[in-house]
Design a protein. Sequence first.
Length: 255
Amino acid sequence: MRAAFFDLDKTVIAQSSVVALGPELHARGLLRRSTLIYAALAQVVFLRFGASEDRLTQITERVLKITRGWDHDEIRSLVHEAMNSVVEPLIYAEARDLLARHQAAGDQTWLVSMAPAEVVEPFAELLKMTGAISSRAKIDENGKFTGEMEFIAQGSNKAVAMREVAEQHDIDLDDSYAYSDSETDIPMLEVVGHPYAVNPDRGLSRTARERGWPTLSFTHPVRAHDGNRSRTPFIISAVVLGALALIGRGQTRRH
């Protein structure tokens, strides 16, 4: 069996997968406005410029406090509600068409992202994919987020998870495909016989040139189920579940 593994952010969709959730959480009383602004700025600064170890620790600790006690079912419901109106318009037309070609060929298709399962799994369902590999937040016996991570789908962890999926689903990785934009996903791309760099960052672009990996450019976001350009503006204001991904980065660096 052959498969195609797709990274999510900036590969399948044009921006962060955590889109416009901050205002929704604020509206539900889960976030104060000051916290929303802090979280949004922290994520933007971290993703754009990086952060020192001490600064990253400070951000992580504050975000952990924000997410602790949130109701898991409520967050999943919020993501599903935001999917059609806000998140779906971010999907690249090129990614949608490529995914459709793999599915038409009978390939399994897997979404692979460092974002939490509460974000990634609804995306995989929306795109009618075989399944998803994602980070997992710890949930207590009452269905509340503990503020800790159970699994972080980042770097080599993605590759490990892909090998596990391949074993479980009888996938021939040497005959399979993987698509990503980030240098941090080189381990994910190395796992398969057909790696592709999509809208690559500087590090991945350099590696792709050195190794002869094909490079793709995706530029046209559309809705998943129609071919019309979306007029919905890209709202990259906030974190919440994306904050959990930020936590994951912090925990990875500290271990």
